[in-house]
Design a protein around this ligand. Structure first.
Ligand code: AMP
Length: 205
């Protein structure tokens, strides 16, 4: 059965972790527009070069660029778990496939800032927290031995800006989805990722 799911939430709410677990469990693809944009920026493609300054400031990347990146992924007949897309009313309006289920991960801003400033990532996308989920060897990924880095947009002032974008652009979209009767549930994103995964499963299964 096709499953077209989306996980939304403010910065460091655990979207990536939960979307990847859910996608694995369902055997469908995990589509993170943040990951796709970061990969395009690192590869310095024309699209990546245009998107990078927005991401560094914590602004949303213009819809046209994001839609270009995600277009093909939305045609996956088996379904997908979208992570951080759609994020604006116009991105949602541009989708030509329906969403079966939307999960909104809620965390307070203070918790999000705490998570972000301690977050470290490896180039392959494995995620750690210096205090709450440290790697065995400081600064080195347990899985592939790659050096860990702080995401350029994980500085406190940039996170505050990402929150403003969430409040200004994504909250109105969530209200619209609710008005339209899209199946949507809020899940408490606080606590251990395993606990949050159980709440997400209870919401979508
Ligand atoms: P994320 O990894 O979801 O936290 O996204 C990181 C950054 O990528 C955001 O702060 C935006 O600059 C950009 N981004 C990711 N997804 C979108 C989207 N759907 N629309 C616009 N910008 C996005």
């Amino acid at each position: 059965m096709t499953a077209r799911l989306a996980i939304l939430g403010p910065p460091a709410s655990g979207k990536g972790t939960q979307a990847s677990r859910l996608a694995e469990r369902r055997g469908i693809s995990h589509v993170s527009t943040g990951d796709l944009l970061r990969a395009a920026a690192v590869a310095a493609t024309p699209l990546g070069q245009r998107a990078a300054p927005y991401m560094e400031r914590g602004d949303l990347v213009p819809d046209a660029l994001v839609l270009e990146l995600v277009e093909d992924e939305l045609q996956d007949a088996a379904g997908f778990v979208l992570d951080g897309f759609p994020r604006t009313e116009s991105q949602y309006a541009a989708m030509d496939v329906p969403l079966d289920e939307v999960v909104v991960l809620d965390v307070p801003e203070q918790e999000s800032v705490r998570r972000v400033t301690g977050r470290r990532v490896c180039p392959e996308g494995h995620v750690y927290h210096v205090d709450h989920d440290p790697p065995e060897v400081p600064g080195v990924c347990d899985v592939d031995g790659e050096p860990l880095e702080q995401r350029a947009d994980d500085r406190e002032e940039v996170v505050r800006r990402r929150w403003e974008e969430y409040e200004d652009q994504t909250r109105p979209l969530i209200a619209l989805l609710e008005d339209e009767g899209v199946s949507l549930g809020h899940v408490d994103g606080c606590g251990h990722p395993d606990e949050v995964a159980e709440r997400v499963a209870a919401q979508v299964d």
